[in-house]
Structure formats: structure tokens, C-alpha cells
Design a protein around this ligand. Structure first.
Ligand code: UD1
Length: 430
């Protein structure tokens, strides 16, 4: 089984190119099935989640051609199956985006219930409420969400809580409904805006994405497009925190600094220097890190997908910090692993009380989920001595070339698949 072996202690220094946003690419790939014309997409991240979705749509009869590592051509004029339950699709959360997209175009679809990271109960009631408000019949049977509608009719939908997935899904279905749909209390994440821009480039009538009221004037048909996905806010944020945690100096390139504001604000608060330019952000960590409090919130608040990374930094800061997780109910599973590296953290409900320590020490750790995995790897890069990291396939779900990009910043990290390879790494770096 492949694992990472890491020798910690090197500050990460240099520049790193950020890829396209995974959480924008997934709904955009699904939405490209809403037209019979050909769609070209650029800046697709080469990560496992997008790969799984692409394999799955191919089993439905969709033509998919990778025209480069990050570019794709998709044509969905020959879809043969409207029941999607292959083994691939069950692995990812974003499988449910096929419901909004295909319900819009074909007025019926059945998709296996979503998988994805186990970070708490992940309900889909708001998605279902939205589809029903548009006139669809929705049932859950034999592990499938089954939807069908005679017609989809525009509606006024209030989201009881802010949900990225439900906002995106309902936006797709409403894009081809008759009349106007208004989504209130919509999610404002950059990837919600990116999907709206993508759909508009295909002829949809969506206004207000990025605010909490989205107005969608349905159209009967969408056409082909050529579109470039926005940079990944969370990948960028992870490397920014890598600089903070390892006392380094990292410039993330090809980013939209506005999307990183809540992350930059917290880095400044804990004593890092942050320099922004048009499409890059540099983070320098030269002073002892300071404690702070942070609460995860929907955009533009501090992202829940950055919660483990900031906790790893705060656990190395001076003083006591409090991290409150308000989005998911089981997102502190990495704390036990971090404790084994020397952190002092007490979790009470949705709050982690962190007493800063001076250093981490290397340990054998197991990745519990995607973002926590990245955060634990950053901790290992800052730790004294060697760490091994198991279950690294979770990290590949959302980070392209993670260890290669870290190596280019000076990290001592390698993928090994045997005790011999591990010993060889130790000899080389000892
Ligand atoms: C997306 C992201 C994920 C990120 C999250 C929050 C993708 C593929 N994943 O997940 O990386 O952590 O946004 O920014 O884009 N909820 C309900 N009912 C619903 C839907 C959601 O109660 O029908 C709850 C969830 O349980 C959760 C909260 O709303 O507590 C937020 O979830 P949501 O914004 O929907 O997250 P995802 O779209 O699943």
C-alpha cells in the first residue's frame, strides 16, 4: 500500500501554481451534459474526484476527450442511460449534481446516493425540497434518488440553511424550467458563481449568483461553450498555511486574491506577512505564531475546508485558540492523530480548544479525510523527525500532485510502497 514518508523541519520556500477549483469543476462537468452541443472546459484539476465523475458519465454514453492534462471536450448528445449507479459514482459526493443537470434536460433521472468525505451527516433534504418546488417527484428507493417531472416550473425557493450543493443543484434544474425561479438564502461561494457563469455562457439566464438571492429565468435549450474554471481557493489556502506552519515563504500563483480574503485575514492575525498582487499571494512566516479564535462559516466567512489547516497552525502558536466548526458535525477526526504528534487539543462538541505547543514530533499517522489529510501532512512537514502517512488516496481526491508541489517548495516527502523504499528515503535524508 502506498504511503507518504516525510522528514519534517524544512521551511517551505518558493512559488506554487494553483490548479482549477475541484468544487467548481464537478458541477461544471455535470452541467456540460445539459446541452447536446460540444463543450470545451479548461483548467480542470487532475484529481481523483473529477476523474471518477468523468469515468461515470462515460458509462452513460457521454463522449469525453481529454485534450490536455487540464482540458476536456464533452458531448452529451448520445446519453443512453438515465440511471446512474456505477461503482464510481457512489464514491463521490458530487454525484448528486447529475440530478439537477439531467432532470433539467430530460425531466427524469435516477442517481445512486452520494458518498464523499465522512465529515458528518450530510443531508440532501434541501436539494429534494428544491426539486419538488420546481414540480419534480422525488423518491429514494434501493439506494437511488429517483426524480421525474412532466414539466419543471419556476418557483420561489427559500433555503432553510446555506448549502453549496443544494444551491448549485437547484440552479441547474431551474435553468431549464419554465418561468422564473428565485433562490433565497443561496450559497455565495466562488464555485456557485463559476457555475452560474458557465451556465450563462451556454445561454442560461442566471442573475445574482454571489449574493444570497439568485434569479433564474429558465430557457428551453442550452448551447455549447468554451470555458475556463476558476482557481482553487482551498488548494491555494492550504499552501498559504503550509508557509505559516513550516515557518516558510510561499507564493501561490494563478489565484484570485479576493477569494482568499478570509484566509489571508487569519494569517495576518496570527503573525504572518501577506502580500497580494493581481493573481498571486505571498505568505511569509518569520515570527512566532500567535493564537486566535476562528469560526467556520459559509463564504465569505472562513471555509470549513480550511479548518484542519488553521488548527494545525494554531496548535503551534503561542497561547490558547478556539476553533468552532459550524458547518459539519464531525470534522475534528484528525485531532487524535495530531495529538500523537504532540498537539494539545480538547474537543467539546463543535469546538476545539487548542493550547499551543512549541513543536510537533514525527509519528505514523492515518488520513481520516481529504482536507484533514492535507493538514496532517503539513504538520508532519513541520515536525521533528520522520512521519509516515497512510490512506493517502483521500488526499488525491482534491490535490493534484500534492507531494510533487510540496517537494518543489523544498519539502522532504516521497511516496513509498515498501519497507525497503522507506529505509532508502531515510538513508537519503538522514
Ligand atoms: C460543499 C463542498 C465541501 C465544502 C462544503 C461547505 C463540494 C463537492 N463540496 O459540500 O468541500 O466543505 O460545500 O463549503 O463542493 N445540508 C443540509 N441539507 C441539505 C444540504 C446540506 O442540511 O440538503 C447541510 C449539511 O449537512 C452541512 C451544511 O448544510 O451541515 C453545508 O453543506 P453544503 O454546503 O451543502 O456542503 P456540500 O455541498 O455537501
Amino acid at each position: 500500500m502506498e504511503q507518504y514518508v516525510i522528514k519534517g523541519g524544512n521551511p517551505l520556500v518558493g512559488e506554487v501554481e494553483i490548479g482549477g477549483a475541484k468544487n467548481a469543476a464537478l458541477p461544471i462537468i455535470a452541467a456540460s451534459l445539459m446541452t447536446n452541443d460540444t463543450v470545451h472546459i479548461d483548467n480542470i484539476p487532475d484529481v481523483r474526484d473529477t476523474d471518477v465523475l468523468l469515468k461515470s458519465i462515460q458509462t452513460m454514453g457521454v463522449f469525453v476527450e481529454r485534450t490536455g492534462r487540464h482540458s476536456l471536450t464533452i458531448n452529451a448528445s448520445q446519453i443512453q442511460h438515465l440511471v446512474v449507479e456505477d461503482d464510481n459514482i457512489k464514491k463521490i459526493r458530487a454525484s448528486y449534481y447529475l440530478i439537477g443537470a439531467l432532470l433539467a434536460k430530460y425531466k427524469r433521472v435516477e442517481v445512486a446516493l452520494p458518498g464523499g468525505c465522512n465529515i458528518g451527516s450530510r443531508a440532501i433534504d434541501l436539494h429534494i425540497k428544491g426539486f419538488r418546488a420546481l414540480g419534480a417527484e422525488v423518491t429514494i428507493e434501493h439506494g437511488l434518488i429517483k426524480t421525474k417531472a412532466e414539466r419543471l416550473l419556476g418557483s420561489h425557493i427559500y433555503m432553510d440553511s446555506v448549502s453549496v450543493g443544494a444551491t448549485i443543484n437547484v440552479m441547474m434544474a431551474a435553468a431549464m424550467a419554465e418561468g422564473t425561479t428565485i433562490i433565497e438564502n443561496a450559497a455565495k461561494e466562488p464555485h456557485v458563481v463559476d457555475l452560474a457563469n458557465f451556465l450563462n455562457s451556454m445561454g442560461a439566464g442566471i442573475k445574482g449568483a454571489g449574493t444570497d438571492v439568485i434569479r433564474i429565468k429558465g430557457v428551453p435549450k442550452l448551447h455549447g461553450t468554451d470555458y475556463t474554471i476558476i482557481p482553487d481557493q482551498i488548494e491555494a489556502g492550504t499552501y498559504m498555511f503550509a508557509a505559516a506552519i513550516t515557518k516558510g515563504d510561499v507564493t501561490v500563483k494563478n489565484v484570485i486574491p479576493k477569494h482568499l480574503e478570509s484566509i489571508s485575514a487569519k494569517l495576518l492575525e496570527i503573525g504572518c506577512e501577506v502580500e497580494e498582487s493581481d493573481d498571486a499571494v505571498r505568505v511569509v512566516s518569520s515570527k512566532p505564531l500567535q493564537h486566535t479564535h476562528v469560526k467556520t462559516l459559509p463564504y465569505p466567512g472562513f471555509p470549513t475546508d480550511m479548518q484542519p489547516q488553521i488548527a494545525v497552525a494554531l496548535a503551534l502558536s503561542q497561547g490558547t485558540s478556539i476553533v468552532t466548526e459550524t458547518i459539519f458535525d464531525n470534522r475534528f477526526k484528525y485531532v487524535d492523530e495530531l495529538t500523537r504528534m504532540g498537539a494539545s487539543i480538547k474537543v467539546e462538541g463543535n469546538t476545539a480548544i487548542i493550547s499551543g505547543v512549541n513543536k510537533y514530533t514525527g509519528a505514523s499517522i492515518t488520513v481520516p479525510d481529504l482536507r484533514a489529510g492535507a493538514a496532517l501532512i503539513l504538520a508532519a512537514l513541520a515536525a521533528d523527525g520522520y512521519s509516515t502517512v497512510e490512506e493517502i488516496q483521500y488526499v488525491a481526491r482534491g490535490y493534484e500532485d500534492f507531494h510533487l508541489k510540496l517537494q518543489s517548495l523544498g519539502a522532504q516527502i516521497e511516496v513509498v510502497d515498501s519497507e525497503r523504499a522507506l529505509q532508502k528515503f531515510k538513508l537519503k535524508t538522514g
